[in-house]
Design a protein around this ligand. Structure first.
Ligand code: SF4
Ligand code: SF4
Length: 434
């Protein structure tokens, strides 16, 4: 498949900068700060950020450093992106009070055009008054980072801006995701790559895709020029998204910022706050396998607010537990359900305005407009939910699909019926013989 990064200049990271993952991650503490923030008023954001600086000891961390802020600019839909006011306050604090040398902002969404539109409509550059990179820009340079310990692929291609920055401040938003259950700190690294459609096709299995997300995180840390962490995550959990995320879900107020150097530890907290079990998420498990991170919130070094006060017990998570090899539940019920049923993409024709945005952003080219409806080729669909991310009218969701794995059900039924016939036959034989 042709990609938008084909024209990019590629170079390999010099081997001297590379080291083994466990060694690089020894400095990553599992400390996570939870700080109350009820709204996006600049004064309140500033106070909350100052509290994080105090709790994590960041006073001198940013001094004379060039910082890349990485918000989630998924789409210009309310509550689907990290608010510009929040990103702006982070930038101001780093530059005006903590001595950062340079602030830039960067992200990429589904395609170059879609990213440009999102950057424009979120007013990110105007509100923040900083340079905003679209990582799809065709003249960008790509740095290949290789490490034998990457799980999903041999090398990760990072934009030059990511490699050159001294520190990446990861600014995700806590949301559900119809393709991957959850999106937070680790999933936000996917926006650092330009060539996303290709990556979806390369890693069709959900587990492999999540391992690739973990590889991106490790790759970013591999480009570190110092012995301190390169990534600091400050996750926006003020207004979160439940249900049909990451674009069309319902707003749930949580009133919190969650921050830490270990992005997987931040996600352990984030998914727990959604009342989920972090051990069900493959990206977290992939990082834990390669570091000493405990996938257990009770073993993390938490500071600030008590996380138990912020768990939303009825947080509605999407029904994606049985997508292809997805991070499903770990219980017996989930395992049986995974075998028996699947999830399928569903289009609400009443809501669909036939804009064809979904078809343009479908990596598998599984969608076509036929007459007055969009038709999905189920054999081509890889259930990535890029179509749902690109739909401007909340017309795409998922549904249970029992017939995909019908062979499993019919085989079971067949065994039961044959067993019953044999039992009855044996019983009749025994009665006639006695
Ligand atoms: S139809 Fe939707 S879920 Fe299926 S491959 Fe295309 S974009 Fe992905
Ligand atoms: S993106 Fe949404 S509204 Fe547009 S054609 Fe697809 S389903 Fe319809």
């Amino acid at each position: 498949m042709a990609s938008e990064s084909d024209k990019s200049k590629e170079i390999d990271l010099p081997l001297t900068q590379q080291s083994t993952i466990p060694k690089k991650f020894n400095f990553l503490k599992d400390k996570v700060a939870l700080v109350k923030l009820n709204d996006y008023e600049p004064e309140n954001i500033k106070k909350a950020l100052e509290k994080i600086v105090e709790l994590l000891g960041l006073k001198d961390f940013f001094k004379d450093k060039s910082i890349l802020l990485k918000p989630n600019l998924l789409a210009p839909t309310k509550n689907a992106f990290t608010p510009a006011e929040y990103v702006s306050e982070v930038g101001k604090l780093l530059k005006n009070e903590l001595g950062a040398k340079r602030i830039t902002i960067g992200d990429s969404t589904l395609t170059k055009k879609f990213t440009g539109m999102t950057i424009k409509r979120t007013n990110m550059a105007e509100i923040c008054q900083e340079d905003v990179f679209n990582f799809f820009e065709s003249e960008r340079e790509i740095i290949n980072v290789k490490n034998p310990e990457f799980e999903a692929q041999e090398n990760i291609a990072l934009p030059k801006q990511v490699v050159e920055a001294d520190i990446i401040v990861n600014l995700p938003k806590l949301k559900t995701h119809k393709g991957f259950v959850y999106t937070g700190a680790i999933k936000n690294f996917f926006g650092l790559l330009g060539n996303k459609m290709h990556m979806h096709m390369t890693h069709k299995e959900k587990a492999k895709f999540q391992q690739m997300l973990a590889d991106i995180y490790f790759a970013v840390e591999e480009t570190n020029k110092t012995d301190k962490p390169k990534v600091l995550t400050i996750m926006d959990c003020v207004l979160t998204m439940s249900g049909n995320g990451p674009r069309a879900g319902k707003i749930r107020e949580m009133g919190l910022l969650v921050a830490g150097f270990n992005s997987a530890a931040v996600d352990i907290v984030g998914y727990t706050l959604m009342n989920g079990k972090p051990k069900d998420l493959e990206a977290i498990k992939s990082i834990a396998r390669r570091t000493n991170l405990p996938v257990d919130i009770s073993q993390l070094d938490l500071v600030g607010e008590n996380y138990k006060d912020y768990i939303i017990k009825d947080f509605k998570k999407p029904n994606v537990a049985t997508l292809n090899d997805s991070p499903g539940g770990s219980g017996l019920y989930s395992k049986v359900r995974t075998k028996a049923m699947s999830i399928s993409i569903k289009i609400n024709n009443k809501k669909c305005i036939l804009c064809e945005s979904c078809a343009k952003h479908c990596p598998a080219q599984a969608m076509t407009k036929k007459g007055k409806v969009i038709v999905i080729d189920r054999n081509k669909c890889i259930e990535c939910f890029c179509c749902g991310e690109s739909c401007p009218n909340d017309a795409i969701s998922t549904k249970w699909w029992i017939f995909r794995n019908a062979w499993w059900i019919f085989t079971l039924l067949g065994v039961v019926v044959i067993g019953a016939i044999m039992g009855i036959w044996a019983l009749i034989s025994a009665l006639l013989g006695s």
